[in-house]
Design a protein around this ligand. Structure first.
Ligand code: KG4
Ligand code: ZN
Length: 327
């Protein structure tokens, strides 16, 4: 029975997981506190984690119907993420573990996104190819076993979610931008604007999203406020199509290059309906099984951190007391 804590960005999360079975998965989103700034403000995030972490851990234990004495280990995200935010989770986890002399497990946040696919029901057995697209990262992970992954390609500049968040800001939409773009795109024409698919001819598996964001910026700059609001749905739909198109193109290329028996998605952008549909169609064409976790397990949560921890080494008390964040 593992208690996991995740505070790498702007969600304060705690979960109890028992052999892949989610007993509780509590997420307290700070999105409303950051919305006014159009993005995550690190200092605000750290302070909110500090206020929320104890109630969120209490809620995770009580929803699981267990006390600290029933835990076997405490897992925590050590990085990558915002240093102040990470430190709140790490300090809380250390304190809880040390109080009961429990062992601890350190988890890499991206391994957590991969490991969301190991949770019950229908856990996915490696090997598989996993596309991780979040607000901070975009990468193709080759997953050979449950203990880690190999980076096959990654973004050279912005992450896919970051591009969507910035696009939402250009279009005057709220934060987080991904869901806002998805909502507005539903009533727009994805062919209205031809945004570039970056590095389409580049033979590798790397991504780039900053040029896409800049081209939206230039298009929007030429429109007066009325024109911008009239075109916003078409711009959102075309932009979303370009982001998804690039993710799909690189995933498809990695599938061609390797012999992957299954595909999975992870990270907040994997909650996107268009991406899920396009990847499902791609996998169907190639007769490769696709694992799609629920949107709640795509965005940041602590159940995925526990899922990774179940396959990693334990560190005995008191050897973890000096742990620092790994940004
Ligand atoms: O994995 P995540 O919760 O946090 C990070 O590790 O970054 O991902 C957050 C990102 C944000 O950029 C957000 O806009 C995006 O995921 N996102 C979406 C959707 N839901 C969240 N992007 C597109 N469509 C969605 N439905
Ligand atoms: Zn994440």
């Amino acid at each position: 029975m593992i208690l996991a804590i995740e505070t790498s960005c702007d969600d304060t999360c705690a979960a109890v997981v028992d052999h892949g079975e989610i007993r509780s998965n509590v997420i307290s989103s700070q999105a409303a506190s950051h919305a006014a700034f159009g993005g995550v403000v690190p200092e605000v995030a750290s302070r909110q984690h500090l206020e929320l972490v104890n109630p969120v851990v209490d809620a995770a234990l009580s929803e699981a119907g267990i006390g600290l004495e029933e835990l076997d280990a405490v897992a925590v995200t050590r990085g990558p993420g915002l240093i102040g935010a990470l430190l709140v989770g790490i300090s809380s986890a250390k304190a809880l573990a040390a109080a009961r002399r429990l062992p601890m497990v350190e988890v890499d946040h991206l391994h957590g996104h991969v490991a969301a696919n190991f949770l019950e029901p229908d856990p996915l057995e490696p090997p598989f190819l996993c596309l991780i697209a979040s607000g901070g990262h975009t990468l193709l992970a080759g997953v050979r076993d449950r203990g880690g992954f190999e980076v096959l390609g990654q973004t050279l500049d912005d992450a896919a979610g970051e591009a969507l968040d910035k696009a939402a800001r250009i279009l005057g939409l709220g934060y987080p931008g991904g869901p806002e773009i998805q909502r507005l795109a539903a009533s727009g024409d994805p062919h209205a604007y031809a945004f570039p698919i970056a590095m389409a001819r580049d033979p590798g598996f790397d991504f780039s999203f900053s040029g896409l964001k800049t081209s939206l910026f230039y298009v929007a700059r030429e429109l007066d406020p009325d024109e911008l609001s009239r075109s916003a749905a078409d711009l959102a739909a075309s932009f979303q199509a370009a982001v998804v198109g690039q993710l799909e193109a690189k995933l498809s290329r990695a599938l061609d290059a390797g012999d992957w028996p299954a595909v999975a998605l992870g990270g907040g952008v994997a909650a996107n309906t268009l991406l899920r549909e396009r990847v499902a169609a791609l996998c169907e064409e190639r007769s490769v099984p696709l694992k799609l976790v629920t949107p709640e397990l795509c965005t940041d949560n602590a159940a995925m951190i526990a899922a990774a921890a179940e396959h990693l080494a334990l560190t005995r008390h008191p050897d973890y007391l000096g742990w620092d964040a790994k940004v």
